[in-house]
Design a binder for this molecule. Sequence first.
Ligand code: ASP
Length: 344
Amino acid sequence: MSKIPHILIIYTGGTIGMMKDYKTNVLRSFDFKHIYNSIPELNHLDCSLETISFEQPIDSSNINPSHWDSIATTIQSHYHKADGFVVLHGSDTMSYTASAISFMIENLDKPIIFTGSQLPIGDLRTDAKENMITAIEIAAAQKNGKPRIAEVCIYFEYKLYRANRTTKISAAQFQAFDSPNYPILAESGVELKFHEHTLLPLKSSKELIFRKILPQNVLLIKLFPGITEAVLHHMFQMPELKGVILETYGSGNAPTEQWFLEILRNTLKKGIPIVDITQCFAGSVVLGKYETSLELLEMGLIDGKDITTEAAVTKLMYLFSIPEIGGRIKDLFETSLRGEIGNT
Ligand code: ASP
């Protein structure tokens, strides 16, 4: 008889494990074992489960790179005995954490499925139960003895997404996430349907590498009509600034005023890369399509193409965390490392 898959569940916090303090009406994290008790169905799944909880479960607004490191280190230390991983995480910053983890692990050949919920597990109408049970089933799914999924994903409200393509779209709907520029990887209906052609291929013969993301002085700036020279000048002058992500308009367009272009030029001259990403929900930067992006192309901004803000921020931090990358930031940023960016 073949052995049943072994799944490690890592509980970091978030609504999924929260309880209402009825005195203050505020949601607070509580002990992970309550989640287990609240879903007795977990005992009937066709896989064995092991659970590890952050000592202090947190609201995901408090997540930082040290927590990404704790998640990655836990996965690394259990990598050989677990067949798949489920990470329970608050939805607010889930796309950032899951994108970060996707970059931190190279040549992944097992599933890492992030999930959470919009309503606490104790709530009658909770979405936590379905999200968690199906996330575990996906992490345990195999075909010919090999995992169906070999990448970092988010499972939420019947859909499986490539994590570094997602963004949180709603604080009110059960469908909290979307993947505007990449199709969904699987759907849960009466059956679990995997869309094979959308999945990253298994790389089991390649060496598995775990890397850290260290805190980096990167700046995320969203342009708006009327943004002043004084504000931008001040931001770009920050002494320890390492890199900038600029959320531009439409297909990567920005003002053509000389003071604006001069700030960008001076920043690039100092060796500080600037990434051009679009503030549109869907679609891609196409540098040089309009006059308002031609100069940006010519001065050497990094083309963020169709990357999400979450993946752009974590990818830039990741690249800065690898000293040997040196001057190859632009090349590597514009190349797909984990399926996070389109090829055009
Ligand atoms: N504030 C919560 C968090 O992100 C929301 C959630 O879990 O969905 O931790």
